[in-house]
Design a binder for this molecule. Structure first.
Ligand code: NAP
Length: 279
């Protein structure tokens, strides 16, 4: 019970990695506030926790709205008092589903061209074709959302001068994803934000770290796995030869949330099967 008596907020906790983190934290004794943009999804996570769910709470809020984030923190303060742990996990992979289909089509075409020994004639053109709206939405959910929640969490944690914040970045933030410049930019900025805030609040005994997952099996990545060609190409780039279960990320979050990582701040852990190795 490494989080006994702790109050944790997990954003985007209604699915995938966030659900696995919220569930593991509850198993470890925390009272978990499960946030999601869809209330029913957050409620389903709490219902799946069994008896531990009784001390947990599902809260609907869009993290890209500072007003909704402020209202969520007011609700948390009213029920639990100060927050101990924040996991900034909420995220989107695509801003519209057509874009996802286009990426898959281009990726398959490029692999086919490469394997036939010719030049690659299908170009990504992801940046040149990006709309203002798609760019702003991606930055809004990931980067603004991380900032809005961190700002409110720090006010709460400063009342006790203790806390742990975990920001969900990605291997995309480390190495860049050629078909997702907006996602890569947001995840890279989250890493820089993590480092800056870690230094800022260390004297308050608040630790801030990040996780950079590789390919994790969640609804966000389900589309990529549907194409056997893309799946094989992706797996060939992962030295461990497999994707991961969300719980394999949740265990990293538990480490960073608990006193086991008491001397870690401003760092990132990357459960990625070897997909990205380097500094
Ligand atoms: P997921 O299964 O799609 O879960 C993300 C959750 O966040 C969903 O329930 C989603 O709701 C919610 N959400 C989206 N926008 C939100 C908002 N504005 N406010 C509150 N909640 C919001 O995705 P996941 O794979 O678990 O991803 C979790 C995090 O890990 C993300 O930050 C993602 O970028 C990161 N990550 C994932 C992978 C991977 O391979 N899966 C790799 C690296 C990093 P809707 O479903 O309604 O949109």
């Amino acid at each position: 019970m490494r989080l006994e008596g702790k109050v944790a907020l997990v954003t985007g906790g209604g699915s995938g990695i966030g659900r696995a983190i919220a569930t593991l934290f509850a198993e470890e004794g925390a009272s978990v506030v499960v946030n999601d943009v869809v209330l029913e999804a957050a409620q389903k996570t709490v219902e799946g926790m069994g008896p531990a769910g009784a001390r947990c709470l599902a809260v609907k809020a869009d993290v890209s709205s500072s007003a909704e984030v402020k209202a969520m923190f007011a609700q948390i303060a009213a029920r639990y008092g100060a927050l101990d742990i924040l996991v900034n996990n909420a995220g989107i992979g695509e801003t519209d589903s057509k874009h996802g289909e286009e990426i898959r089509r281009k990726a398959e075409a490029r692999i086919t061209e490469l394997m036939s020994g010719g030049k690659i004639a299908t170009h990504w053109d992801a940046t040149s074709e990006m709309s203002d709206a798609d760019w702003s939405r991606m930055i809004g959910v990931h980067l603004n959302g991380t900032f809005f929640c961190t700002r409110e969490a720090l006010k709460s944690m400063a009342t006790k001068n203790r806390g742990a914040i975990i920001n969900m970045s990605s291997v995309a933030g480390l190495g860049g994803l050629e078909y997702a410049p907006h996602y890569s930019a947001a995840k890279g900025a989250i890493l820089s934000f993590t480092r800056a805030v870690a230094k800022e609040v260390a004297s308050r005994n608040i630790r801030v770290n990040a996780i950079c997952p590789g390919w994790i099996d969640t609804p966000m990545t389900a589309g990529q796995g549907e194409s056997p060609l893309l799946l094989r190409a992706m797996l060939s780039r992962i030295p461990m030869g497999r994707t991961a279960h969300p719980r394999e990320v949740a265990t990293a979050a538990l480490f960073l949330a608990s006193d086991d990582s008491s001397y870690f701040t401003g760092q990132w852990l990357s459960p990625n099967g070897g997909l990205f190795i380097g500094g």
